[in-house]
Write a protein that binds this ligand. Structure first.
Ligand code: NAD
Length: 503
């Protein structure tokens, strides 16, 4: 880490002097990656890639078109039979080789990710570590995945169950964890024997292109393709393309709807990891200081731009005052700053001006609605899109900030009087990605976890993930699972072959 001098003004720790996180030499080729080559786009148009700490343009990538997607899909179709024929051991070895390459490039990938997203280096380093682990897990899992025994289930008929790849998978990824979300798709998709065309977020393409650059000699041409561009053009073409067998998107609910609609004509499979609004249900017997210190991380990791963020506290009214005091102590001590301004930086900027406006818009409207700001509550001085870590209290049931995904460094606090009210209100949002329950009572923790309508429920914890366990939502948070053998299942199809052997 840097030892560059720093200064803190208006709550943002800045690096003083010229010490850029990346140099020109660190950037990936500003092109698409199609059929094993970095390729020019079909037009001259470009998209600016911006550093959200300085607001400077750090790269320009080609603005892809439907034609670029079509070229990439043609390459993925051509590569599909050869890749599918490889036995699991071969695919596994390749995924391990990718993991090794990523590990060799940990420092570069972390710096690139932080330069493009503004996230603290500790977060980028964690992203890269989990990216590597995702490839290693899928490399192992694909060799250990077996299916139901072959046997006679109808008289004189032998049944074999084959697990096949789905074919060509289209992938669309978001800006909050650009490399990690790419890995959550690429690793199981390749492990299961599919080829893919991936469109990274137009705001954060650098680490995905870098991944393509550092593994391009490992994979056969056409197995992995990356096309840059806007969702409504390039993403939409992927979703509707008749030769794409499945489309997987991590992104907002609106993009999920658009993708599902575009996919409906060809009836391709759809896999959606969408937004979250995680309730944190704290009972009167909970360890309040453990909850408060856990929320310092789980609410503000990645600057709150996290689909599983612990953003909506529901606390029993008898302990609300005490809990809020502890939470405010934790949140007001968070260190906000640029990625290279010290290892202790915990919170960075919002990813873009548009997102910064969106988050501060929520704060302004909440204040007008009479919600009380316990700490933070406004933007911090620029340059850059920094927002103060915020706790909002006296939030009435149904308030906009308690209902909608803000996706920033903001925790709201509501109170409840009994279990039924806690469960009803926790479930009373259209999203169902993740939730947590805080209580020392084992019977209660089990019962409440069972009644919560969320794909992941933590008990006395929040935002702890592992490669072995599935991640994905219910209701408006989409369907399909990332991570674990459930992701391998999602990217595979099952074929039953039945032999009549009666004589
Ligand atoms: P977004 O929906 O704006 O963009 C996501 C991707 O979808 C981008 O690549 C974008 O270009 C593309 N896209 C947009 N419109 C499209 C269309 N019509 N057709 C095809 N593609 C389209 O989301 P974002 O702002 O990048 O990311 C934040 C959202 O992602 C949040 O809602 C967050 O909760 C969600 N997210 C969910 C998970 C999860 O695992 N459930 C993980 C990370 C982020």
């Amino acid at each position: 880490m840097t030892t560059a001098p720093t200064s803190t003004t208006s709550g943002v720790r800045r690096t003083v002097g010229l010490r850029p996180l990346i140099t020109e030499a660190d950037l990936p080729p500003a092109r698409h990656f199609i059929d094993g080559n970095f390729a020019e786009g079909s037009t001259e148009r470009v998209i600016d890639v911006v550093d959200p700490c300085s607001e400077a343009v750090i790269a320009r990538i080609p603005e892809g078109t439907a034609e670029d997607i079509d070229r990439a899909v043609t390459a993925a179709v051509a590569a599909k039979a050869g890749w599918a024929r490889r036995v699991p051991k071969e695919r596994s070895e390749l995924l391990h080789a990718i993991a090794d390459r990523l590990a060799e490039n940990t420092d570069l990938l972390s710096r690139l990710e932080s330069a493009n997203t503004g996230k603290p280096l500790a977060v980028s380093q964690d992203d890269v570590a989990m990216t590597i682990d995702t490839f290693r897990f899928m490399a192992g899992a694909v060799r250990a995945t077996t299916s139901m025994s072959a046997g006679d289930y109808a008289e004189n008929h032998l049944s074999l169950i084959l697990r096949e790849p789905v074919g060509v998978v289209g992938v669309v990824t978001p800006w909050n964890y650009p490399l990690l979300m790419a890995a959550w798709k690429i690793a199981p998709i390749l492990a299961a024997g599919n080829t893919l065309v991936l469109k990274p977020s137009e705001q954060t393409p650098l680490t995905t292109l870098k991944l393509a650059e550092i593994v391009d000699d490992l994979l056969p041409p056409g197995v992995l393709n990356v096309v840059n561009g806007h969702g409504a053009v390039v993403g939409a073409r992927l979703a509707e393309h008749p030769d794409v067998d499945m489309i997987a998107l991590t992104g907002s609910v609106g993009s999920g709807r658009a993708v599902a609609r575009a996919a409906s004509d060809s009836l391709k499979r759809v896999h959606l990891e969408l937004g979250g609004k995680a309730p944190v249900v704290i009972f009167s017997d909970a360890d309040l200081s453990a909850a408060a210190s856990s929320l310092r991380v789980a609410g503000f990791w990645n600057s709150g731009q996290e689909c599983g963020a612990a953003c909506r506290v529901l606390v029993h009214e008898s302990v609300a005052g005490q809990f809020i005091e502890q939470l405010v102590d934790e949140v007001s001590a968070l260190v906000v700053g640029e990625p290279q301004a010290g290892e202790d930086v915990e919170v960075g900027p919002m990813v873009s001006k548009a997102h910064f406006d969106r988050v501060t818009g929520y704060l302004e409207r909440a204040k007008k609605e009479g919600v009380r700001v316990a700490t933070g509550g406004a933007a911090l001085d620029g340059p850059g899109y920094f927002v103060a870590p915020t706790v909002l209290v006296e939030v009435p049931e149904g308030a906009e900030v308690a209902r909608e995904e803000i996706f920033g460094p903001v925790i709201t606090v509501e109170t409840f009087i009994d279990e039924d009210e806690a469960v009803r209100r926790a479930n009373g949002v259209p999203l169902g990605l993740s939730a947590s329950v805080w209580t020392e009572n084992a019977r209660r923790s089990h019962d409440i976890a069972a009644r919560l309508d969320f794909g992941t429920v933590w008990v006395n914890s929040h935002l702890v993930l592992a490669g072995e366990v599935p991640w994905g939502g219910f209701k408006g948070s989409g369907y399909g699972r990332d991570l674990s053998i459930y992701a391998l299942d999602d990217y595979s199809r099952t074929k039953h072959v039945m032999h009549n052997h009666g004589r």
